[in-house]
Design a protein around this ligand. Sequence first.
Ligand code: 5GP
Length: 190
Amino acid sequence: MSEELITQRDGRVERVAPYLTEDQIQERVRALGAELTRDYAGQDVVAVAVLKGSILFFTDLIRQTELPGLTCDFLGLSSYGSRTESSGVVRLTQDLSQHVEGRHVLIVEDIVDTGLTMQYLLDNLATRKPASVQICTLLHKPSGTRVEVPMKYVGFTIENHFVVGYGLDYDERYRQLPYIGIMSFEDPGD
Ligand code: 5GP
């Protein structure tokens, strides 16, 4: 895997230390795809990418499924807060383009930390009367849990780190990395 990434920005140093390799991620995504293929065989399923963090995971995951009844949709959520901590105040910034009533919804998320974002989305989707709703998250940080949300599919359970890469950003950067790294900061005086 690549070396640590070191960037100077806004007068401080940003470091991204490799954590989950591209191979580890792709192997796990293949396994999740196979599981989804088994669980949703013959069903009308709407796979929903939660923008923007899940984009890389979503596009890899759907390619690892063999589900002729699968359709894709996109949903935007924003959570207010600092750049590395979620506040729990969630807002829908972009809605689905399809009706989901009576259909099986699969939410594809990048990371579940406090659970507040997914709780908001589950409550919102429930009003639309889908046949079922399941969450497929690439990462889960159990140490951050404030509300328990049911996650049927979890890629990796991780420690309490702020991670970037493979869709996850810091200040809109690092999404394009094919691996996941742990982000840390250094002020010049440190
Ligand atoms: P929750 O509502 O579960 O606390 O947080 C969910 C959202 O917070 C994620 O969709 C993601 O946007 C952001 N988030 C939580 N932890 C991390 C992290 O370690 N790295 C990044 N880049 N975003 C995170």
